[in-house]
Design a binder for this molecule. Structure first.
Ligand SMILES: Cc1ncc(COP(=O)(O)O)c(C=O)c1O
Length: 486
């Protein structure tokens, strides 16, 4: 039995703990969570594990193995995970997919190497390339102008990039993207391998893929050589828990381990590793059934939205040449004449329902096997009521969003080390070179990367997001941008 030291002597509310106080306030408000982590405020966790978490917070004592050199229980758990996720080898990550992405980029690339990368990549990919001194070759995903989001990466665009850059070491693709859109990875892998290159996939949003035939197959099942998955986003696993999977003779495992050890803490959390282990076991044993149940709840929600409201739900009808992961609900609210930001605020303030992300046009909800019928009933009721309220207020036409160009990279990553910056207003920054990454967040897709030229279009786009109440990481509190002093 735990003897809790502070229980009697100090009332926790008398302590000055801003983070803990806010987190507590949040859970005490009984929120409905359609955001990550995928265990949804503990609902998806095994009761015994949830109740004894403090007791699981151990270190690498005898019998508990060593993450950097596993030959006991961690090795066993990783082997079980490799089997469940259709990989040859799996490595547990305790610092999110971020650390896995950086490990894989450093494994594949030497300084100066070219890597073909889909531009809808997460900031961890850009930082990984920066760390490795990579020269990126960006491939633009297709753009869905109805939803204002990036869509599939086409196999022919990957082939074109390889032909133009035969010296590139490989291709790194984000799939699913933030909106659950899954490019045709099978054909992409055939093409990449036919040129003798490596295919890496950022599958941070797809740890549940492949466990049910009604969701798309996973990167490992479709021929990728290496991929990362954030278990914490779509499985009942704890934040920071992620997997790095390899299925290939093209990956140098010794080199990978070198960087894996460099980027993972030497004090890995046994709470996170236990949750990775449990999430694997749950999905292996019950994943198919749990996903069936989840998809039937989602179907009820889809029917309501499409039957009763003017809202649009992203589906395979909206994309060409790929699949959609239906557990990612992308609800376009433009027909209400309101921004996603505003509808997200109403959901939060009036219904205690928090979505994963709101942008100018859409709401994005993450649904996982931890969500129950009740959660979908609440979501349906809230969306239905809001939709009737605004239907009366406005009846605006479909939006048409312009696509942003990939900016010119004027200064290479390797030449940026030590560069000095100057904060300047967006209007005055046009034509200058960005020192930092500028990322409307979420979804965490960079609009500008270090060394890229700021165009008028980009400055206007950023202004538009700010004016509608969106958040842009990389700008100062005065909404200035850091440019390079040449
Ligand atoms: C596409 C994508 N890749 C990678 C990451 C990083 O994952 P993690 O938070 O597990 O480090 C994220 C995080 O949101 C992401 O959206």
């Amino acid at each position: 039995m735990l003897k809790l030291l502070y229980q009697k002597e100090v009332e926790i509310k008398t302590l000055n703990t801003p983070i803990y106080n806010s987190v507590k306030k949040y859970w005490q408000s009984s929120p409905i969570s359609f955001h990550m982590p995928g265990h949804k405020l503990g609902k998806g966790l095994m009761r015994e594990f949830a109740e004894n978490m403090a007791l699981c917070d151990l270190t690498e004592i005898p019998g508990l193995d060593v993450l950097h050199y596993p030959d006991g229980i961690i090795k066993d758990a990783q082997e079980l995970a490799a089997k469940a996720f259709s990989a040859d080898k799996t490595f547990f990550l305790v610092n999110g997919s971020t650390s896995g992405i950086q490990t894989l980029i450093l494994t594949l690339c030497k300084p100066g190497d070219k890597l073909i990368v889909s531009r809808d990549c997460h900031r961890s990919v850009i930082y990984g390339m920066f760390m490795a001194g990579v020269t990126p070759v960006y491939v633009k995903p297709r753009f869905n102008s109805k939803f204002g989001i990036s869509s599939v990466i086409l196999p022919q665009d990957i082939e074109h990039a390889i032909k133009e850059n035969p010296d590139a070491v490989g291709v790194l693709i984000t799939r699913p993207n933030y909106y659950g859109i899954c490019s045709d990875l099978f054909n992409i892998s055939q093409i990449v391998h036919s040129y003798g290159k490596v295919l890496a996939v950022d599958e941070a949003h797809g740890a549940h893929l492949g466990f049910n035939s009604r969701v798309p197959q996973s990167a490992m099942q479709l021929g990728a050589d290496i991929c990362v998955q954030s278990a914490h986003k779509t499985l009942p696993a704890l934040t920071q828990g992620a997997y790095l999977h390899v299925k290939s003779h093209r990956i140098d495992i010794d080199r990978l381990l070198f960087y894996f050890r460099m980027l993972q803490t030497t004090s890995p959390s046994y709470i996170i590793m236990s949750s990775l282990d449990i999430a694997r076991a749950v999905m292996e044993e019950k994943g198919e059934k749990l996903l069936d149940e989840l998809l039937s709840h989602i179907r009820g929600f889809e029917e309501l939205i499409l039957g009763n409201t003017s809202l649009k739900l992203l589906s395979e009808n909206h994309i060409h040449g790929g699949k959609v992961d239906r557990t990612r609900l992308v609800i376009n609210v433009s027909s209400l004449g309101e921004t996603g930001f505003h509808i997200g605020k109403i959901l939060r303030e009036e219904y205690r329902l928090l979505v994963e992300m709101a942008d100018l046009y859409n709401l994005v909800c993450i649904a996982t096997v931890s969500d129950g019928k009740e959660d979908f009933a609440n979501l349906s009721k809230a969306v239905d009521e809001i939709s009737s309220k605004f239907k009366k207020a406005s009846d605006k036409a479909d939006i048409y969003v312009e696509e942003l160009e990939i900016p010119e990279q004027k200064i290479a990553f390797k030449d940026l080390i030590g560069a000095k910056g100057k904060w300047t207003g967006l209007k005055d920054s046009i034509g200058k070179v960005s020192l930092g990454m500028v990322v409307p967040y979420p979804p965490g897709i960079p609009v500008l990367c270090p060394g890229e030229v700021i165009s008028r279009n980009i400055a206007q786009y950023l202004n538009r997001i700010i004016a509608s109440g969106g958040m842009v990481n990389g700008l100062s509190s005065l909404k200035e941008i850091e440019v390079i002093e040449l």
